[in-house]
Ligand binder design. Structure first.
Ligand code: FAD
Length: 422
């Protein structure tokens, strides 16, 4: 079959790989000049399968309340009057109970493990380099309250087969000596979690696909896809400035833009963009910097050491802002990154260096925070692979594999029964 994949982020490129592997002729259409130029450009780079917990939980009302009353809360809502957010929020809250939390937790943790295995298989099969390292991620606590919560989380994910070792202060410092100058009280080491540069992965996999001697994948960069509903929504036409798109099947993998795209063709895609802020800062003193990725349980900043063309750097991300389709940022959005990172690793980074890179992008979040991977309910030649949300790097390859199974009409390698549905 000839299949056109819309979007060259992590999800679109991974989908192209699995469809190519099945013997299809593939085109990928992307509006930016390069793959991984939107959400997949500068995320936290953590393969944090053990953190694949659903966002709706029995404590979600408290989290919402904190976002209203605490100026320092990582989650904020700035578009209260957006009807799309209200609708999304109503569905989100319908999952915020013990029963749904247990169901979604089981499905999401199992899918994340499947996805990490698929990612490792894809790396081995293609030889793509992205600095992948599977030697655990360190989740650190600066207060007894977060350490108690971390202990409970370790037990929860432990029941689903993930080993999360609870560490006291001395053991955390033994693992990451640069924490010695901080006030950490302990943390957890998620043993099978990993890290890797998601932008490097996406771009290298795209190059690998484009350079196949047999059926090279054609990447059409710099083309924006538009959808036009036809015959009162009974059919549709897709086009770019270069003309109408012609294929046997189409896969929509437009990340946070998927909902707007769906609306244009009369399909409601339950998804809302949640903005996060990302900083990439050169390392000044490697002896003071963390050696592996992690998250601070108190502030929810995440970090990951990266190797860039300019030398060692640290990716630091935080923030979850419900502000609609908006990628804007101000200097003030990065104050928390520096304050919290410096509290853990003082003197490690060259904050004033001219190559410091600021970035903001949106997580494509569904209300259940599980992805949508399925055939369209009415259009037999249209497929959706979207909504991987806060964990799309971790879920990229598994999502591509499942989508390829759905297109082939095979039983999916991972059941999609608990996923978000259209
Ligand atoms: C701050 C932050 C930190 C994160 N950290 C992690 C992490 O540590 N680990 C993890 O697993 N996940 C993480 N994530 C999540 C992960 O980055 C995303 O889930 C993932 O990048 C989504 O990939 P995508 O391909 O769906 O979207 P995108 O990367 O946005 O790709 C969609 C593509 O579609 C293109 N496009 C849109 N509209 C059109 C159109 N009309 N025509 C043509 N092209 C179009 C866009 O240009 C874009 O390239 C993080 C997210 C954020 C925001």
């Amino acid at each position: 079959m000839k299949i056109i994949v819309l979007g060259a982020g992590l999800i679109g490129v991974a989908t192209a790989y699995y469809l190519w592997r099945d013997g299809h002729e593939i085109e990928v259409i992307e509006r930016e000049a390069e793959a991984a130029s939107a959400t997949s450009y500068a995320n936290a780079c953590l393969i944090s399968a053990s953190r694949a917990l659903p966002w709706p939980n029995p404590g979600s009302r408290g989290t919402l309340w904190r976002s209203l009353t605490d100026a320092d809360a990582p989650m904020r809502v700035t578009r209260w009057l957006d009807p799309a957010l209200w609708r999304w929020g109503r569905e989100f809250m319908s999952y915020a109970n013990e029963q749904e939390f247990a169901r979604l937790t089981g499905a999401k943790l199992a899918f994340a493990r499947f996805c990490q295995d698929e990612l490792e298989a894809a790396l081995a099969a293609t030889g793509v380099e992205c600095g992948y390292r599977r030697d655990g991620l360190l989740y650190v606590c600066r207060s007894d309250a977060t350490l108690a919560a971390a202990r409970a989380r370790a037990a929860l994910v432990g029941a689903h087969g993930y080993e999360a070792r609870v560490l006291g202060r001395e053991s955390a410092i033994a693992l990451e000596s640069s924490l010695a100058a901080s006030t950490v009280v302990g943390g957890t080491l998620a043993v099978s979690d990993a890290q890797g540069d998601s932008r490097a992965f996406t771009r290298a996999l795209a190059r690998w696909l484009a350079s196949r001697p047999e059926r090279p994948v054609r990447f059409r960069m710099g083309e924006t896809v538009r959808a036009t509903p036809l015959q009162r929504l009974r059919s549709f036409e897709l086009s770019t400035a270069a003309g109408k798109l012609d294929a046997d099947a189409f896969v929509v993998a437009l990340g946070p833009q998927t909902a707007a795209f769906g609306r244009a063709m009369g399909r409601r895609v339950p998804m809302y963009p949640v903005k996060g802020f990302s900083l990439t800062v050169p390392v000044r003193d490697t002896t003071k910097a963390p050696t592996r990725g992690g998250i601070c349980e108190d502030s929810l900043i995440a970090w990951c050491p990266l190797t860039t063309a300019q030398g060692p750097a640290m990716r630091i991300t935080t923030g979850a802002v419900f502000c609609g389709d908006d990628n804007g940022y101000r200097d003030a959005d990065f104050v928390a990154h520096r304050r919290h990172f410096d509290a853990l690793f003082p003197g490690a980074l060259a904050w004033e260096h001219p190559s410091v890179e600021c970035w903001a992008c949106q997580r494509p979040m569904t209300p259940s925070t599980l992805p949508i991977i399925q055939r369209d309910p009415t259009h037999a030649n249209l497929y959706w692979n979207c909504g991987q949300g806060h964990i799309g790097w971790t879920m990229s390859c598994g999502s591509g594999r499942v989508l390829a199974d759905v297109v082939a009409g095979r039983a999916p390698a991972f059941t999609t029964a608990d996923f978000q549905q259209l």
